[in-house]
Every structure is written in structure tokens, then in C-alpha cells.
Design a protein around this ligand. Sequence first.
Ligand code: ATP
Ligand code: MG
Length: 148
Amino acid sequence: MIKPDGVQRGLIGEIVSRFEERGLKMVGSKLIQIDEDLANEHYAEHADKDFFDELVGFITSGPAFAMVWQGADATRQVRSMVGKTDPAESAPGTIRGDLGLDLERNVIHASDHEDPGSNEREIQLFFEETELLEYSRIDESWLYTDED
Ligand code: ATP
Ligand code: MG
């Protein structure tokens, strides 16, 4: 999900391009205004942190762009493209390492591959089933082998 700072800075196209070019398949996306209830639920794991209220304020401060991407090991692939939480520690070439400067306003959120089920949980939180499409990308057979 591109956070409100990324949307305001006009980075939707740049970020979508990176995932598309990597070979991932977009199966759903939408511009959303996250309300406080949704923000509380989405970031529930951080409810006891001292930055929680500020984080909820930030994530509800303007439109965000939610996306669902599919592909071989997509959650891990996306996470490595996103970079570390703190842009200062994110390698150049990652989204946060190239496009972010601030620990909170770090451009993008991604499901956590080390938290199994976080991707499914977040998809259900943000999308209706009818908003997710099944289709093949024409280059799929060049991108993954059958085992992937
Ligand atoms: P995200 O869950 O947004 O993909 P992440 O998994 O890399 O990021 P988390 O530890 O889950 O990092 O933190 C969630 C978000 O909270 C961060 O992306 C950042 O926007 C904000 N955040 C994390 N730590 C701090 C902090 N110390 N001060 C302010 N904001 C923070
Ligand atoms: Mg996280």
C-alpha cells in the first residue's frame, strides 16, 4: 500500500512500474481513504508503541493506494523491494532507499513475510472478493517455472 506521503508526492506510477517490471501481476488496486477504525485494525500489532497515535494520524491523513500483487513468492519479493523500515537503513535500489527519507513517512507499507497470514489478513481488511481479478499475464510462462 502506498502511504499518504507517496500518493501526495505523485509516486503511484513509479511504484506500480517497479512491481510490474519485476514481473509481479496486479490483481487488485484502489485509492482509499483509511478511517481511524481501519487504521487501528491494520496497525493493531503496534497499538502499545509510543508512535502509534501519530502513525494512525499519518495513515489517515490523506488517500492511500492499496494494491494486491501476485507472483512467485510475491510477499517476500515485494518486501525486499520495499527495503528496511527506516529509509536511512534501506539500500539504494529499494523503494524506501530511493524515494524516502523519514522513518514514519516511509512511502509504502507491505505485508510481512515473516508473519505468515499477514498478507491474507490485510487483503481481507482492504478488499472485497469481487475487487480481486483472476487472469494470466502474457509473459507468465517466461517468469516462473511450474514449481513456483
Ligand atoms: P509497514 O508495516 O508500514 O510496512 P514495516 O513493517 O517496515 O512497515 P513496522 O515496524 O511494521 O515497519 O512499522 C509500521 C510503520 O510504523 C512503519 O512503516 C513506519 O511508518 C512507522 N514507524 C515504525 N517505527 C516508528 C518510529 N520509531 N517512529 C515513528 N514511526 C514509526
Ligand atoms: Mg509492518
